[in-house]
Design a protein around this ligand. Sequence first.
Ligand SMILES: [Zn+2]
Length: 305
Amino acid sequence: MNAFRVSTLLFLIVLAVATPALADLRVVTTTTDLAELVRAIGGDRVRVEAICQGHQDPHHVQARPSYMVTVSRADLVVAVGLELEVGWLPALLQGARNPRVNPGNLGYLESADAIEPIEVPAGAIDRSQGDLHPLGNPHYWLDPENAKAAAMLIAARMAELDPDSAAYYQENLQRFVDRIDRAMNRWQEAMAPYAGTRIVSYHRTFNYFFDQFGLVGSGYVEDRPGIPPSPAHLARLIRMMTQQDIPVIFHESFYDRSTSDMVSSRTNARVLVLPTSVGGAEAATGYEELIDVIVDSFTQAMGER
Ligand SMILES: [Zn+2]
């Protein structure tokens, strides 16, 4: 090897050490659904971790120290917003001591900014009532149109944080939007025969899904969001469900099902235990699969009536 080659080789080695490989964007999301969106947009240029798992109630997550470590290394934190995570995310952000991802900075994003919330309370909010939805219903991700809107907002922020990958993120976003549009045709076709069907759910988790697919959320097993039912509330609910012949109770997989089962036993309604996030059921392996599970469970139950 001549001197020129050795020096070239040395130069290349120095270059390889001095220039780190294109660094991945490190993203932490509060939920698995948001992680799916980030993954779809970021492909192999992001590392993403979700804090709340699909089988957990996103209103109530324990702010573990290990999550703080994860957040301390993040370039971007993506939250659902509308105070869904108000019981645990502020403690994680504080413990993480990573100002980049604090609210108000480029590294913090609430995807609720992309959507139009429903059930926004009018007038003063009385938290002593235990209302979990003070800024409106935060469970918007079960409407695929909202998932698309959230993905667009997330992609724009990722491009701001990582301009070199902006075109790549945009391409992936378009691919995700196309995928959802195609799936939307299939979901709408499957749901069309049941337009106007009145449904009861345990919590108000599915109301955006109902709105999108023509169902009507007519009652809730819990009294108010986060408040367990009183006997009087259940008696009223059972009477209403019998009068209106409500066919199914949408029951979120992480809630104890005994009350929903009791209501079911006194009415003609069948309990459908459903995932509300990616990973909340074995088949809910991705965003489209999550919607598939809900659509399939419902249409199958209706078909069997
Ligand atoms: Zn809720």
